[in-house]
Design a protein around this ligand. Structure first.
Ligand code: HEM
Length: 267
């Protein structure tokens, strides 16, 4: 024992790494020799410390208060939105294994002529293992997402959390709100049922009535001035690729900003 009470490190303190640790070290050394990953790991660590990340503290923690503000549960709404989005994404991926985005005609027993899209949704409900449940999870997580995003927006508004320095995160929130509505609308069109068709019609007419850009907008969103196969293809691409990726990326940026700035204190 040294005078300051710290035991000196001796050579026989060294413990042999286990087989898994050895394997990981060997893999790390192999990669480091080729890609210098230690340098990148060091820069990431340096960047991390420069940013001085810390978890946002609540009003109560910051000021050591004993009061629990009664609206604190409402601070969970943003996370509920994100959780609903994750549920919708997982169930949506499962649905894409069976859904067919096609308006081609098929003959269905007991129904007559139908489109392939509509038939594939009917098969999800009747033939796909647990298909009805996966579709229900997809539907209800979408409902929860839209409701929670509206409530989250109201919470932010009524606690005045949109004020300086959070103006840009509010604007990013508006983008997220529009993306959420976009996901809901494009998903509604996909079964190509009567409801889908007429909702598509409303969207198409609205696009067409936009001054100057009307035709261009209808072409961009609905694939032309008439509803058809192009409409379903476009809605499908928007619903399963473009909007989910944008929503995911924007949500990560949104939450990262909350992390940086901390949660707004109730006024
Ligand atoms: C996909 C949609 C969204 C997700 C996943 C999301 C997620 C979150 C999360 C997890 C928080 C942390 C605090 C809390 O939950 O209340 C938050 C805060 C915030 N959100 Fe959202 N949000 C979304 C949409 C929106 C919308 C539509 C708005 C407003 C237009 C908005 C504006 C804000 C603002 C200003 C804050 C900071 C509030 C504070 O510091 O108290 N967000 N968001």
């Amino acid at each position: 024992m040294s005078p300051d009470g710290v035991e000196a490190r001796r050579d026989d303190d060294f413990t042999e790494p286990g087989p898994i640790a050895k394997l990981l070290l060997a893999a790390f050394a192999w990669l480091d020799e080729r890609y210098r990953i230690r340098n990148y790991a060091d820069s990431i660590q340096h960047f991390y410390h420069q940013l001085n990340f810390e978890l946002p503290r609540t009003h109560t923690e910051k000021y050591n208060l004993r009061v629990i503000w009664y609206w604190y549960p409402l601070y969970a709404l943003g996370s509920i939105v994100f959780l609903a989005f994750i549920f919708a994404t997982i169930s949506g991926i499962l649905l894409t294994f069976y859904y067919i985005p096609s308006t081609s005609s098929v003959m269905m027993e007991g129904v007559g002529e139908a489109t392939q899209a509509w038939q594939s949704v009917a098969l999800i409900m009747t033939e796909m293992p647990l298909g009805f449940m996966i579709r229900a999870v997809h539907f209800w997580s979408a409902m929860v997402m839209v409701s929670a995003v509206v409530l989250h927006m109201a919470r932010v508004y009524f606690t005045q959390a949109y004020k300086k320095p959070r103006e840009l995160n509010w604007l990013l929130g508006v983008v997220l709100f529009l993306l959420t509505l976009g996901l809901g609308y494009t998903g509604y069109i996909l079964p190509w049922s009567q409801l889908s068709f007429w909702a598509g019609r409303i969207g198409l007419e609205m696009s067409l009535s936009t001054p100057i850009l009307g035709k261009w907008l209808a072409g961009l969103l609905f694939g032309g001035v008439e509803l058809g196969q192009e409409t379903v293809t476009r809605m499908y691409v928007l619903h399963v690729i473009l909007l989910p990726l944008l929503t995911f990326g924007a949500s990560i940026a949104h939450v990262a900003i909350v992390w940086w700035q901390g949660i707004a204190e109730p006024h």
